[in-house]
Write a protein that binds this ligand. Sequence first.
Ligand SMILES: [Zn+2]
Length: 500
Amino acid sequence: MKRLLSLLMVLVMLIAVIPTVNAAEIYYDNKWHTYEGNFFELKVNGEELNCEVPPIVFNDYSVVPARDVFEKLGATVNWSAENQKVTVEYGDTKIELIINNKTATKNGKKELMPIPPKLINGKTMIPARYVGETLGFDVKFDSNTDTVSIDAKPTYSTTLSSYTHSKSVNTVTVTFNFTKGVEYSHFLLKEPARIVIDTKDTKQAATLKNNTKTGYDDVTTIRVGQQPAGIRVVIDLAEELKYTVTKSGKKLVVKIGTTATITPAPDEDKNDKEDKEDGKETTDNKTEDSEKIEPPEPVIPDPPSYAPTRTVCIDPGHGGEDPGAIFTDEAGKIWRESEINLSVSLMVRDILEKNNVKVVMTRDTDKTVELTTRAPFANAKQTALFVSIHTNSYMSDSANGIETWGTLEYSATYAGVTDKDLAQNIQSAVISKTKAVNRGIKDTTTLAVIRGSVMPSVLIEVGFISNAAERELMFSDDYRKKLAEGIAEGILKTLDKMGL
Ligand SMILES: [Zn+2]
């Protein structure tokens, strides 16, 4: 009898090739039925599989032969005729199914299936999508080619576990942390401008956010998506910007220049070397020359027209929705630049006020203040000096120390002092108070807060949040006090020189 049925099925399958004849007689539930649906082809792991009974579709749901399909995928299939029960086991998952019963048991828990398993022409046929997907396989139906495909999902060799972003003086740095080393390629797309990084053989951790708004104006969103070959990362930009992608151990570091230059830190050579060993390009050549953003030709501006008074504007960098540089430690604790900046700034204010200096603050709480409003605020308050307080960050945790930025070459002279005087006074006082690494005073003509303010203006980076030792220090009140004392001393010395 069985052989006869098999023979019949072969005939049916032959006939099925002829489009006009689809109907066939199949035997289940103790009687013959006319099957008018399509006979689907079956592909398992990309290979065509010819079974005695092909996939059968009931109410848009297909059943497939349990043993033929799932043993090929590496699962263990057992059949108990006595209990009419099929058991399919794969990895940590065990599914028990009973013929003509819509209730399945998955790892001891009952679940409802859209259709029950059937015994068709003597073969145990089980719901393809339910069983396939429950076991973690990829199940697809293609109605154009009448094919059911069931594939073991690719296993990836490394996982993207987390990513962080931080903004330093001239750059935004996005760091992607993988559990192992990673192969990658990258390119810049236009309209809208975005950096695309494809990583090979990677998957994303289940808890990882797919979409993160940075809160920055220039590097706006970080997006992460799983593709068959690996994760695609997209970094959305407000305009085309220069960038570098570097592999550093298990990390992929994207540095995006928000002005013409990407400021090299002392350990940049080391990263370049590591990268060349991997045979990767460090810089996107397409953007290197043609897309260079030229800074405006600097000119020495006029000093403020108002008479100087013993007044200083203190600008705690970032705040509110913009945390500035952040660092997530292994315990998951997030350290924010904006918090350090504010705390040190408030201490500076208190010291200055004790020394009879009138202090105006761009913010004195953790609130959002637009970058572009900070310099005009100081101008409107007609202060003698402007000091912006920030915290640095770098892709490698070895960078550390303090630096002060100002318009060193093209600065106006106001009551006998320049940006350079203010920068030097602050930098040397802070270094002598803290004994931190002296990264010196640095020239800039592009920093918005300094460029936009008319009085002598500097921006101090009080340390690296990316450096473990300095981070610990910057989150202690003792060290913050030293930083504040140094900054205040430099300001007082400058006011002195101005005769205020
Ligand atoms: Zn900052």
